[in-house]
Design a protein around this ligand. Sequence first.
Ligand SMILES: Nc1ncnc2c1ncn2[C@@H]1O[C@H](COP(=O)(O)OP(=O)(O)O)[C@@H](O)[C@H]1O
Ligand SMILES: [Mg+2]
Length: 237
Amino acid sequence: MADALVAAAGLGKVYGTDIATRALEEVSFEIGAGEFVAIVGRSGSGKSTLLNLLGLLDTPSEGTLHLRGTESNSLDKRGRAKLRNELLGFVFQYHHLLPEFSVRENILMPYLISGGPVDEAIGARVDETLRVLGLDGLGAKNANDLSGGQKQRVAIGRALMNRPAIVLADEPTGNLDTENTEAVYSLFRTINEEWGTTFLIVTHDQDIASMTDRILELRDGKLVQDVRNAYAGAITR
Ligand SMILES: Nc1ncnc2c1ncn2[C@@H]1O[C@H](COP(=O)(O)OP(=O)(O)O)[C@@H](O)[C@H]1O
Ligand SMILES: [Mg+2]
């Protein structure tokens, strides 16, 4: 797949020097635009390590990573930050919202950091984001005054503000109840279908994994399964 959005080849990661821990070994796969993928595996199997490498938050010890054709090892710190801002959105287990700021300001944060002017078009983009999130009318509310499920949706809005091609989510529903978990996944699916955004979602939850289109399974840092889930669409749509 020459035009893969993500191409990992022989990715490896060793932490530490005195006491070295191998967290990832010889991981290779390609992901095309618009895919909806789960990354599963036991605790300690290397899921977060892999996501951090894909998100340019850390550098591999071995192997290469191409993101939309750019080899990540060829970039300096600045180049990595630029590609990260342009291409990637992150959702974590904890929402990490700024509690003293409004919903609107929290969603705008990555855009403000990237230095753009807040003009009419950007205001409209925030409104569209709030609509997709089901948070219409809550833009002025203080982030602290939201429920747990609403906070995670704002965090998703923040990840989407720069309209990334890829969303990387690390156990995004680890802190949520069943109802909010389902809401988050149906939101991810809607964005995947409406905007063509690619999703890579680390999850413990088999039910969730079974609703994705493809499952990558890690065991002891190795990729042991890469399967397509032909029925996923029929279940979720
Ligand atoms: N910063 C780090 N320093 C040293 N070892 C680490 C670090 N991060 C993760 N590890 C180790 O790497 C392995 C994989 O961890 P991780 O990627 O967090 O797994 P998962 O997300 O699947 O639970 C584990 O053995 C973990 O202890
Ligand atoms: Mg983890």
